[in-house]
Design a protein around this ligand. Structure first.
Ligand code: NAP
Length: 244
């Protein structure tokens, strides 16, 4: 497929690399221009482009930029045909992204994103840590393969995104429609807890909508006061322990 990735950081850079390695034709763009895209992102055949050039004639456009900056992409996305699958990886962390009343008042994050862009999106790759996505992808059928929830209103768009999740090394999980995707937001049991396909469904079902933002903020306060950087395993264990 022809794929654009907007955002070349921890998540976007990794997705661009992996999807190119899987055989797709991938162009990647960042805010500061094509010349700033890290060399390791381009090493696997990924091409650097401006955002406007990157999204041209693509089957899939993956947005991997900070949540609060997604509205900056509305004009860019207006040039993208309706049949192009747009996938968003973002999460709302108000102390990092700025407070957004509608989301603080309970609007589902992906629905806010879709509203800002004026088009539907698929929500995927948001509920796995960068370290998980970079280091724990394995081939299908590997015991204990980590699963990633994929939510969308369009069955076809979700199917396309699920195939791509599989190609990045994770079991794709059909997580329903965007209105359900609060179950994979920060502070929920399914969020960044490295669950298998078998365990992810019950975790999504166990999510508590009112409690999730409080758990998100409590976890962020916990990580903020640590005096050394936690390992990936420690972060995952802390996330899991918030739901025991
Ligand atoms: N890090 C994680 O563990 C993790 C896990 C799951 C999901 N996510 C979500 O995935 C998204 C990306 O996270 P990340 O950790 O990859 O962030 P990051 O490392 O900070 O990278 C952000 C990228 O977005 C680009 N960008 C920002 N505004 C842009 C704009 N208006 N147009 C084009 N590019 C723009 C930046 O370009 P410049 O470098 O040129 O500024 C940078 O390449 C976030 O929404 C985050 O919540 C993160």
């Amino acid at each position: 497929m022809e794929i654009a990735v907007i955002g070349a950081g921890a998540i976007g850079g990794n997705l661009a690399r992996k999807l190119s390695a899987a055989g797709h034709d991938v162009e990647v763009a960042a805010a500061r221009g094509p010349e700033t895209i890290p060399a390791d992102v381009l090493a696997s055949g990924v091409r650097a482009a401006t955002p406007a050039a990157a999204v041209r004639d693509k089957d899939v456009v993956i947005l991997s930029i900070p949540f609060g900056r997604v509205p900056e992409l509305a004009d860019l996305l207006a040039s993208v045909p309706g049949e192009t699958v747009v996938v968003d990886t973002s999460n709302y962390y108000p102390h990092l992204n700025g407070y957004i009343d509608a989301v603080d008042n309970g609007q589902v994050e992906s629905l806010w994103i879709a509203e800002q862009l004026g088009r539907p999106v698929v929500k995927a790759w948001n509920a796995a840590l960068a370290g998980t996505q970079q280091t724990k992808g394995v081939v299908p059928g590997t015991p204990g393969r980590i699963a990633i929830p994929v939510a969308a209103d369009s069955d076809e768009a979700r199917r396309v995104a699920m195939r791509l999740v599989d190609e990045t090394g994770f079991d794709p999980f059909h997580a329903g429609v965007l209105a359900d995707s609060w179950r994979q937001q920060p502070g929920t049991p399914a969020y960044c807890t490295e669950l298998s396909l078998e365990d992810l469904g019950p975790a999504l079902a166990a999510a508590d909508r009112a409690e999730a933002p409080r758990t998100r903020d409590r976890l962020m306060e916990h990580f903020a006061v640590l005096t050394s950087t936690p390992t990936l395993e420690e972060v995952v264990e802390t996330n899991r322990s918030a739901h025991r």
